[in-house]
Ligand binder design. Structure first.
Ligand code: AMP
Ligand code: MG
Length: 438
């Protein structure tokens, strides 16, 4: 047995990972319609102000306040201004019929809601209120001023940001290219759903669940996934799979096979092709974690011709990779499904976002009340919990690293420091899952 390396604090492991994750070369322009989840490669600067001019936020009447000192003033309606139409200057002694979003005519200094204006005859209104200064007027530039950076480079676009970008006229946006990630699972016990029916599963076999959530998590992190399937627990097969994957991907992500068991072939295989650190991270679930790289250049020199790239990631000459391109990163996640899930979210996700130049890598942590008791562990723990209707947190009863049910039930994790018990009523750190899945 090899001697056990000391456990490494999670923050230190994360800092080391992020230290290696320099933003990938190459940006592209994508349609703003398709930019959800992508990371801006340049500041977005507005060439216009929004709104472009003062406009009404109500259906009603544009008025001059000095002409309405008291309630009950009757004034003629001199024009009608709908949204999208130009306004004439407001004639003295009159009001203008105006609709939401329509430009405020020059000379008007307030809008009276139509509920406070009573038609008198065919062409006048009685104003039943004394309008306040600027009332119901949306000011030009109150949302965006001309020349303002509305979204910073490194901002990860979401639907609201795409709307804002469209609001300044951007039909396309410059974004970081997607990291290309090769995914494979290791383990002879793994069976793909659909290949063997549940009632005919051989003894010891389990369905490959990690492949499903990892592939989808990668996609949510903006990656192009080359799914290379299941690699058998065999040294040469593992080497061949890694060598091929390294040629066409920025990152290789595996799950399983990173503990120190005899059947774990990842470590020697990656070491043969590059370098690998096996970390024991002081977190629960999720202790084993492997990080390293596969030298693409020597790989190209030594590799037998492996033919065409992975079919799921079509490549074109000159489109990112050259024989001189940087090494391919290797990340090995633990096989236990919950460990795999949580280490992905806490370590791999920020790493992948940083490869895209994202500024914000971690979710906002909330302070919430624990409505449960918990006994301290010597490792920092990430407990599967759910917010209840009373503003507190409930604990999933089975916190084992194999129980994937807990990750479906929960809506976040309590980040509990090492050696710290939790008593009902204590304030704890809560990481919302929705943010980690975004
Ligand atoms: P390992 O890290 O390979 O020792 O695996 C640890 C545990 O996770 C074992 O019980 C494996 O059967 C299980 N496991 C590994 N890979 C997967 C997977 N892709 N899906 C579900 N369970 C897995
Ligand atoms: Mg295994």
């Amino acid at each position: 047995m090899s001697s056990r390396p000391p456990l490494r604090p999670l923050d230190e492991a994360l800092a080391e990972l992020l230290g290696q994750a320099r933003p990938l070369e190459g940006e592209e322009r994508v349609a703003t319609f398709d930019a959800d989840g992508r990371v801006l490669a340049q500041d977005l600067v507005s060439a216009l102000q929004v709104p472009p001019q003062d406009n009404s936020s109500m259906d009603g009447y544009a008025v001059r306040r000095s002409e309405i000192p008291d309630e009950g003033v009757v004034l003629p309606v001199s024009q009608r201004i709908a949204a999208g139409h130009a306004a004439q200057p407001l004639q003295p002694g009159t009001v203008a019929r105006i609709f939401t979003g329509a430009p405020v005519p020059e000379g008007a200094d307030a809008i009276v809601m139509q509920e406070y204006a009573e038609p008198v005859g065919d062409s006048s209104v009685r104003i039943q209120t004394v309008p306040g200064p600027g009332q119901w007027i949306r000011r030009a530039g109150e949302d965006v001023t001309r020349g303002a950076v509305i979204l910073q480079r490194g901002h990860r676009l979401d639907p609201a940001a795409c709307g804002l970008a469209a609001g300044i006229g951007s039909d396309t946006v410059p974004v970081a290219r997607r990291p290309k990630v090769a995914l494979f699972s290791t383990g002879d016990e793994l069976v793909m759903p659909g290949t063997v029916p549940p009632e005919r599963m051989p003894p010891g076999a389990i369905y490959n669940s990690n492949r499903f959530f990892l592939r989808q998590l990668l996609a949510r992190c903006g990656c192009e996934v080359g799914d290379l399937g299941i690699v058998p627990d065999d040294r040469q097969a593992t080497i061949d799979a890694l060598r091929t994957a390294a040629r066409y991907h920025d990152v290789i992500l595996t799950s399983g096979g990173v503990s120190v068991g005899e059947e774990d072939h990842i470590k020697p295989a990656v070491q043969q092709l590059g370098s690998l650190d096996l970390w024991q991270i002081a977190m629960k679930p999720g202790k084993p974690f492997a990080f390293g790289s596969i030298a693409r250049r020597s790989n190209l020199r030594d590799a037998p011709d492996v033919g065409t790239p992975s079919p799921t990631v079509p490549r074109q000459a000159g489109e990112g990779f050259t024989p001189e391109a940087a090494d391919c990163f290797f990340i090995g996640l633990p096989g236990n499904p919950v460990s795999s899930f949580i280490t992905f979210l806490l370590l791999v996700r920020p790493f992948l976002l940083k490869l895209q130049g994202a500024i914000r890598l971690a979710p906002a942590v909330l302070s919430l009340r624990a409505d449960f008791d918990w006994k301290a562990d010597k490792r920092r723990e990430f407990l599967r919990v759910r917010r209840n209707g009373e503003g507190g947190l409930e604990l999933f009863p089975n916190q084992s690293s194999g129980v994937l049910t807990s990750t479906v039930w929960c809506d976040g994790f309590v980040d509990n420091p090492a050696n710290q018990s939790i008593a009902r009523g204590d304030t704890v750190r809560f990481l919302p899952l929705a943010e980690l899945l975004a």
